[in-house]
Design a protein around this ligand. Structure first.
Ligand code: ADP
Ligand code: MG
Length: 243
């Protein structure tokens, strides 16, 4: 579903940083990959490159066979296939929950208002807040807002879902409700790439864990490998700091 070949990305402002340094990986359809690593290791940049929120300097990225770095590729089409959920929810504050979930369906997927509303209601039910269609984001808890953000991404029928620390901005009692929605998606076969510090989720749900440091993939393997017998000293050190 995703093939990344030797991508690099350097930022020059405020200082020169090689955020991604020759990263390659493949993610299969239905696979759940969890990316962990210290702050600044390139996790967000990697995710953002997958839907071209950042443009990799070199290398290739194929999403379901489409070369997304090709200038001829319609990036809006690609983005419709690659849902993204951010740490900071990013809902439209002046639109209701229902509008948040129906807008892009109508504009990008060209659905009728009625179709979009039906889909939105189905998804609100799925993420456990069927009664919140008419309210504004600031009337919701963080956990509820994040579930709306997930529903909004799912409304596009994406082939892949990217999550960038989706629970990091939440109060502890709300983390579980968001992780539960993600677990359900994983069980249903969604292809997911998840940056998270929730090691319980990684252990339970990930098919594969990738550890990044200094813009590189240092180590990858099954959760069992990762949590019981990591090969690299840097991985062990990181795990000892967070577990
Ligand atoms: P992580 O998500 O693992 O914390 P990031 O991908 O956000 O790491 O960042 C990797 C490196 O790239 C960091 O040194 C960060 O400061 C830098 N960086 C990320 N985005 C930008 C940007 N838009 N402009 C400049 N530097 C950036
Ligand atoms: Mg990040």
């Amino acid at each position: 579903m995703i093939r990344v070949e030797k991508i690099s990305k350097t930022f020059f402002v405020p200082q020169e940083v090689k955020a991604l340094d020759n990263v390659s990986c493949e993610i299969k359809k239905g696979e759940v990959v969890v990316i962990i690593g210290p702050s600044g290791s390139g996790k967000s940049t990697f995710l953002r490159c997958l839907n071209r929120l950042e443009y990799a300097d070199s290398g290739h990225i194929y999403i379901d066979g489409i070369d997304i770095l090709d200038s001829k590729t319609d990036i809006n089409k690609v983005r419709a296939e690659v849902g993204m959920v951010f740490q900071s929810f990013n809902l439209f504050p002046h639109k209701t929950v229902l509008e948040n979930i129906t807008l892009a369906q109508q504009i990008v997927r060209k659905r009728s208002r009625q179709e979009a509303v039906e889909k939105a209601r189905y998804l609100l039910d799925k993420v456990g807040i069927p009664d919140k269609a008419g309210v504004y984001p600031d009337q919701l808890s963080g956990g509820q807002q994040q579930r709306v953000a997930i529903a909004r991404a799912l409304a596009m029928d994406p082939k892949v879902m990217l999550f960038d620390e989706p629970t990091s901005a939440l109060d502890p009692e709300m983390i579980g409700e968001v992780l539960d929605v993600m677990k359900t998606l994983a069980r249903e076969g969604m292809t997911m790439v998840v940056v998270t510090h929730e090691m319980g989720f990684a252990r339970e749900v990930a098919d594969r864990v990738i550890f990044m440091d200094h813009g590189r993939i240092v180590e990858e393997g099954t959760p069992e490998h990762f949590f019981t017998n990591p090969t690299h000293e840097r991985t062990r050190l990181f795990l000892s700091q967070i577990l």
